[in-house]
Design a binder for this molecule. Sequence first.
Ligand code: INI
Length: 156
Amino acid sequence: MSNLRTIEGQMNAQGLKFAIVATRFNDFIVDRLVGGAVDYLSRHGGSVDDITVIRVPGAFEMPVVCQKVAKSGKYDAIIALGAVIRGATPHFEYVSGEATKGIAHVTLDTGVPIGFGLLTTDNIEQAVERAGSKAGNKGVEAAAAVLETVRVLQSL
Ligand code: INI
């Protein structure tokens, strides 16, 4: 493996500008994801002055806002954070499916990397578990993934 030419992203956020697009829906969960993402970036060389949090009503609105943010050219990366909880909605599949498809479309369309931190869970307990308790923090994971992606894209 040591002779294999490998390109990989360094986990250093210094000088990078991030937009966090976060839902107000289920904000008691989403605020924990935002906190995790900001904490991760701060601990990896980023500055809170280079992070802008943009609030949107719900997951369904995330793609169009991510699109405008991506096209603005002001940010190196976006972190999309939200929570769709099945127990709370009969149209769970529509909301989560459209948000996921829309965000994937925006990142490919614009070339701006988007960290995908949209929880889709059966119930509130599962959401709590993924927002900083026993199943980690999906906001941290999304921040780490997008940081690595920005850096690997810069290396290509
Ligand atoms: N939006 C969410 O982000 N999470 C949810 O769990 C949710 N539920 O339960 O319905 C939700 N719905 C709102 C939706 O995203 C739109 O904001 C709304 O339909 C207005 O367009």
